[in-house]
Design a protein around this ligand. Structure first.
Ligand code: A2P
Length: 276
C-alpha cells in the first residue's frame, strides 16, 4: 500500500493578501493588501507588484509577472493601497483586475522613486500634477503629514479623459476632511491648504481641457487664484503619461524650475505613471 502524499500548494514569494477591491470604471480600479511588517517607504515611492505568470510550456516553471506601481497609501498606513488601470490584453492588468479579497499578490519590498519630499528644496506651495492613474503617488502624499508641514498651499491637478476617472482622487480628497487621525496629527482643518483642480478632456465636466493648455492660457492660475509658477515659491511633482510628463517638464523649466533627485534636491520632480 502506498500512502497518499499531501499535495503541496505552491506559496508565492513575497505574497501579500488582498483586503479590499474597488472598481471605478471599466478602465480603473484600486485595491488594498496587507503590508509586510518590515516594509518602510517614503510617501510617493513605488514598488514592484504582480502575480505569478503562466507556467513555461517547456519547463512548467512559473515566474512572477511584476510591474512598478506607486504606493497610493501613505507611509503611516497599516495596509498598502494601489490604483491601477485595466488593460484588456495587458499581461498583468488583464489578470490583476480580477483579484478578490483573500487572493494573494506578489510584492517586492524594495521601495524607490523620486516623487518624495526629500528630492525637493523647501518652498511655499507644492503642485501635484497628475493624469489618469498618475494620481496614485499623490493619493499617498496628500495623506502624508509632511506635505502640510512643509507647505502653506497644496495644489493638485488631475486631468482625465472622462469624469468617472476622477472619482478615486475626488474621494481621497473628500475623505481628508473627515480623517480624524490626520486632523489630530497635522491640525484641524489642514485640508483647507488643498486646492483641487480636476479637468476632463473627452467628456463634459465642470472644467474641461488639458492642464497644460489651461496653464498656458493663464486660465488655471486665474481659477485657482494664484500667481503663475515661480522658482522662489513653487515646487512641483509630475506623474502622468509620457507625453504629458515631457510637455509639463518643458513648461516648468520655462517657469524657471529645475529637476531634482534624491541625491540633489531641486524645484521639481517627475515620474512616469504605470501603463500596460
Ligand atoms: P487627451 O484626451 O486630450 O489626450 P491617457 O488616458 O491617454 O493616459 O490620458 C490621460 C489624460 O492626459 C487625458 O485627459 C489626456 O488628454 C491627457 N493628456 C495626454 N497627453 C497630454 C499632454 N501632452 N499634455 C497634457 N495632457 C495630456
Amino acid at each position: 500500500m502506498t500512502e497518499a502524499k499531501p499535495i503541496k500548494t505552491p506559496t508565492l514569494p513575497d505574497a501579500q493578501t488582498v483586503t479590499e477591491v474597488k472598481h471605478y470604471t471599466d478602465r480603473l480600479f484600486s485595491f488594498r493588501c496587507t503590508r509586510p511588517a518590515t516594509l518602510r517607504f517614503r510617501s510617493g515611492e513605488f514598488v514592484m507588484i504582480g502575480l505569478m505568470g503562466a507556467p513555461d510550456p517547456k519547463t512548467g516553471k512559473q515566474k512572477p509577472l511584476l510591474r512598478a506601481y506607486s504606493i497610493a497609501s501613505p507611509s503611516w498606513d497599516e495596509e498598502l493601497e494601489f490604483y491601477s488601470i485595466k488593460v484588456q490584453d495587458g499581461p498583468l492588468t488583464s489578470r490583476l483586475q480580477h483579484i478578490k479579497v483573500g487572493d494573494e499578490v506578489i510584492l517586492r519590498p524594495k521601495p524607490v522613486g523620486t516623487l518624495v519630499h526629500d528630492a525637493l528644496l523647501p518652498g511655499k506651495r507644492i503642485w501635484f500634477f497628475a493624469t489618469g492613474t498618475g494620481f496614485a503617488p499623490f493619493a499617498s502624499l496628500l495623506r502624508e503629514p509632511q506635505t502640510y508641514a512643509d507647505y502653506d498651499e497644496v495644489i493638485i491637478t488631475h486631468t482625465c479623459r472622462e469624469a468617472g476617472e476622477l472619482t478615486y482622487g475626488a474621494e481621497i480628497i473628500e475623505g481628508l476632511k473627515t480623517n480624524e487621525l490626520l486632523g489630530e496629527v497635522i491640525g484641524e482643518g489642514f485640508w483647507k491648504k488643498i486646492k483641487y483642480y480636476p479637468t476632463t478632456t473627452r467628456e463634459e465636466s465642470a472644467k474641461m481641457g488639458r492642464i497644460t493648455d489651461l496653464m498656458r492660457s493663464g486660465e488655471a492660475f486665474a481659477d485657482l487664484g494664484v500667481e503663475p509658477i515661480c522658482p522662489k515659491n513653487d515646487r512641483a511633482m509630475i506623474c502622468g503619461n509620457m507625453a504629458f510628463n515631457l510637455e509639463l517638464k518643458e513648461m516648468l523649466e520655462d517657469y524657471g524650475l529645475e529637476e531634482g533627485a534624491n541625491s540633489e534636491p531641486k524645484t521639481y520632480v517627475v515620474e512616469k505613471a504605470f501603463l500596460d
